[in-house]
Design a protein around this ligand. Structure first.
Ligand code: PRX
Length: 634
């Protein structure tokens, strides 16, 4: 039995222990898992290189802890309750025994298709159980999965395939998403025209649409698995062997492949899942994220299944066929813990309380949020109307790089404050630094959020480019992991995340590099230069505002803007399409050529004065012209 915190004093006590004796603290928790060989040291680390190793020389397989281990006690327990996009289609219930069998069968299939330990496999799939099965099958044989959100374009997919030199792609013929049917296999086909490493593509039949199958390369899932039934031994993985790569955006152009390893990730996702949500043996847990994001990895697949939980996996969207879908699903499966994003809450809040009528939601015990700051209004709405005033809200702060939840209330135990992530979990040693790198001690301080001691599920490197990992996370403040977020610690020592301090924006909880969007915009042949910033958006949290210098001689501004939006959709995906584009004649640059984004951010937010020091601007009149253009648009 993993450590379960049950009282506030218990939390403080465990936190204290985790700081004073981290090795003992994590060693004791790790002992509750099944290891093929025990570790020598709990942790070896330095943040200079950086080099971080947990449970050094330990051997294990995460899927034995997610599947095999539960067969002794709960083979017939439900592991996955799958709710399809269309409520009229039959749902699926998969027990731990069935899941074990399916994962083994697909593991054998991967092997039969030549996938070996260490090979990279891209998963580009809808939210169906097979996506989780594919992830676990990779983990079982020691292949490294990299799930790519199925909304990304073929170019974005090709970039990821090339970066990790994937040997296989697992996909579906198409995806159902609300009222839409999206072709997926054809996106893969397009991506593969610009890659050379992929030898095999396995395609799951989901929508039944027509696809092209390339002889010798493409196989149907249902055909490939034939004859591969039966157990598949779990590969003995070193704690520090790669478990997966997940690409995420940063402040520079190209997304980076965040690398997570087996042992520490296993220990930490299980620990945080059971504690933060206070999951109990017969509870039904539902995280509404997509497996294409880290939230889906850690709190749909790994955390819950490690804990032997029963969880809901939902294929659809919150508003299809109507804005009551979430509430319908909660009542249908009697969900006890519900974990979603502030964007979804705000979008549903906009429909008022009517969609909630007729649903009891009485099974709910805990509500969670993740991915972006939650504004107080949305927090209160969630609390009052979804939680009926009786469910604690866990506002969980973490990142792709952190692997698991870092700052969060422990449900029902830590007193909450709207829009505060509250306190660090045991083992998480936070610090706030000013821009010069001085630690801001005590309460009522604000600055850069950093971590000074490793935790088991932290990233180990960025795939194929360790120096990038060092530069991005460990160089800004020597000796610390820098999160990229600004934070306030209030008079009670509670943490409130203020948002990114770098050039990363958070649109509907999706992380986007402004440089990445600019690069895509600049691909349009008429575009000369662009600058992208985030602005406050009522539903999405942040929207994308692009200032573009372009040649409009042979087309209208309106048409050009449409074309630019389409270009971005094609290059990255619809999630990166700018909300607003303003065609400008110049950008506010300093004499050294740096764009003063601070000014552009203010204008995007409707502020037209108080720009601070603008004396370093090469041509201050540019700012007036941009303001004039912005006011005309508004
Ligand atoms: O800015 C923070 C914001 O999301 C960023 C991480 O994004 P990503 O790697 O995509 O992971 C999202 C899901 C874990 C953070 O740097 N963020 C995440 N959770 C919160 C948050 N901002 C405020 N409050 C949160 N609870």
């Amino acid at each position: 039995m993993n450590l379960k915190i049950q009282t506030l004093s218990g939390y403080f006590h465990e936190y204290q222990k985790s700081v004073l004796e981290p090795e003992k603290f994590w060693g004791r928790i790790a002992e509750t898992f099944h290891w093929k060989k025990k570790w020598d040291n709990v942790v070896d680390w330095n943040f200079e290189e950086p080099s971080v190793k947990w449970f050094v020389n330990g051997k294990m397989n995460i899927t034995e802890n997610m599947l095999d281990r539960h067969l002794f006690t709960s083979a017939d327990k439900t592991a996955i309750l799958w709710e399809p996009n269309d409520p009229n289609e039959a749902h699926r219930t998969i027990t731990y025994q069935e899941l074990y069998d399916l994962v083994c069968q697909f593991s054998n299939t991967l092997k039969a298709q030549g996938v070996e330990k260490g090979d990279r496999v891209i998963i580009y799939m809808p939210m169906v159980p097979e996506a989780a099965i594919a992830m676990m099958a990779c983990a079982r044989i020691g292949a490294v999965h990299s799930v790519v959100f199925a909304g990304f374009s073929s170019t974005a997919l090709a970039d990821r395939i090339n970066d990790c030199q994937a040997k296989m792609v697992i996909t579906s013929d198409g995806n159902f998403r609300g009222a839409k049917k999206i072709p997926v296999k054809s996106v893969v086909d397009e991506a593969l025209e610009n890659t050379t490493s992929v030898e095999k593509v396995i395609t799951l039949k989901r929508t039944g649409e027509e696809v092209t199958m390339k002889e010798g390369r493409d196989l149907w899932w249902h055909e490939a698995i034939q004859g591969n039934e039966g157990p598949c031994p779990a590969e003995a993985m070193d704690s520090e062997d790669m478990l997966f790569i997940l690409y995420t955006s940063g402040s520079t152009g190209k997304p980076k492949g965040v690398v997570h390893t087996c042992g520490g990730y296993m220990v930490y996702t299980h620990f945080t899942f059971t504690n933060v949500f206070q999951y109990q043996a017969d509870d039904i847990f539902w995280c509404s994220a997509d497996v294409g994001w880290i939230t889906g990895h850690s709190y749909i697949v790994y955390g819950p299944l490690l804990a032997g939980a029963s969880m809901v996996m939902f294929e659809g969207v919150p508003t299809y066929p109507g804005p009551d879908r979430f509430w319908q699903v909660i009542d249908k499966y009697k969900v006890n813990q519900f974990y979603t994003a502030p964007t979804a809450i705000r979008a549903l809040q906009a429909f008022g309380q009517e969609p909630l009528e007729g649903y009891s939601l009485s099974s709910l015990k805990v509500l969670g949020t993740v991915g972006e700051p939650i504004n107080e209004e949305a927090w209160h709405w969630y609390h009052a109307f979804v939680g009926k005033g009786k469910c604690p809200i866990v506002d969980t702060w973490w990142q792709t790089e952190t692997g698991g939840i870092m700052i969060s209330p422990i449900a029902g135990i830590t007193p909450t404050k709207p829009s505060y992530a509250t306190l660090p979990l045991p083992g998480i040693q936070l610090t706030i630094l000013d821009d010069q790198g001085n630690e801001l001690k005590g309460n009522s301080v604000e600055g850069n959020l950093c971590v000074k001691f490793p935790w088991p599920s932290m990233l180990r490197t960025t795939y194929g480019d360790h120096d990038r990992c060092k530069q991005v996370y460990f160089s800004m403040f020597k000796g610390y992991y820098f999160t990229g977020d600004g934070v306030k610690r209030d008079e009670d020592g509670y943490y409130r995340i203020l948002g990114r301090v770098d050039d990363v924006i958070n649109v509907s909880g999706h992380r986007m590099g402004t440089a990445e969007v600019e690069n895509a915009i600049n691909e349009h042949p008429k575009v000369v230069e662009s600058a992208v910033v985030g602005y406050d958006h009522e539903i999405k949290g942040q929207g994308i505002y692009a200032y573009v210098i372009a040649d409009t001689t042979d087309r209208t501004e309106e048409n050009l803007i449409k074309e630019i939006k389409l270009t971005v959709s094609n290059i990255i995906g619809p999630i990166a399409r700018p909300d607003k584009i303003q065609i400008v004649t110049g950008l506010p640059k300093t004499r050294s050529g740096k764009i003063m984004r601070r000014i552009l951010r203010k204008i995007a937010n409707g502020e037209v004065s108080n720009f601070g020091d603008t004396s370093t601007l090469l041509d201050p009149s540019v700012v007036d012209q941009i303001i004039e253009g912005a006011l005309q648009k508004a």
